[in-house]
Design a protein around this ligand. Sequence first.
Ligand code: IPM
Ligand code: MN
Length: 360
Amino acid sequence: MNRYAIAVLPGDGIGPEVTAEAVRVLRAVAELHGFSIETAQYAVGAAGVAQSGDSLPPRTAAAVRDAHAVLLGAVGHPSLATAEGRRRPEAGLLALRKLLGAYANLRPVVLHPALGHASPLRPDRLEGVDMLIVRELLGGLYSGQPRSLAADAAVNTMRYTAPEIERVARVAFDTARVRRRTVTSVDKANVLEVSQLWRETVTRVAQEYPDVTLEHLYVDYAAMRLVANPAAIDVLLAENLFGDILSDEAAVLTGSLGLLPSASIGDGPGLFEPVHGSAPDIAGKGVANPLGAIASAAMLLRHGLAEAEAAARVEQAVAEVLAAGARTPDIARPGERSVGTREMGEKVVREVMAGREVAR
Ligand code: IPM
Ligand code: MN
């Protein structure tokens, strides 16, 4: 029997509530598919600062490297919004990505048919939306040197090397091969040298993938295209900050940030987390939507543990629970009955277990 060690980093705000449900789902599907999940919890973000004064405590840093995969809730706390250095909760997340060598961030944007009403876009524009954003996660303005802040001037540097671009481009082309075989690469090559290198390098990598179509879009036009014709996009490849911005824009299409998962993969164990933040306004109330965390657990199964069947079962269970009408407040229509975090998690567990006969 395969045994997997999962480092669970609940983090801040609603993080602990939503990861608890994701872990319950992982246990259920593991039992069903005949592997075992061992979880251990570690602090990150404001919880890390509370524990050790560091948003990525040394104990957490040591543990994640030995895990098969890392499941994270969310980081961020209002009391530390202006904290500096490693006391910033977000700094812990950035350090964690770096530590794991997680250079490719995968953010699938899929529309659940039952939730069309929650989207700000007209239903006819949403038909067929199924895209994967591949965001470079370590380089660019987030880490480029020099960087500085003085009283009257500040500097950040968008720097990329060709190998950094190549490795994330390969992730995009490899995933496009098992999707609709189109990569849309985003840059600002009409202005930025770093984007010219990006475009050249992606074009060169594309030659290894003659079966995949590559198109290049300037980032401003890509932002427009995301709302004007989102269904036409299959795999969207972008550098760190462009990808950060475009993935929030794309998330809105689905109607709820609470549903979206992400996987950050690279040299070490993968890091899996919902796209939403710590939502301090609803933390501890048991009303947060756990489906983003549960869908992240599905990505963990697929990309982190190569348990593709178990991943598909979890995704199917989420789709069925939504189709059956279960709604946390963030996706309920006005006046519609809603369920809490725990109840939503339980419904997914039950749906997963309902497949028991089929699995055996
Ligand atoms: C994200 C977040 C992070 C980022 C923040 C919290 C540092 O916005 O995961 O998209 O900018 O990468
Ligand atoms: Mn972001």
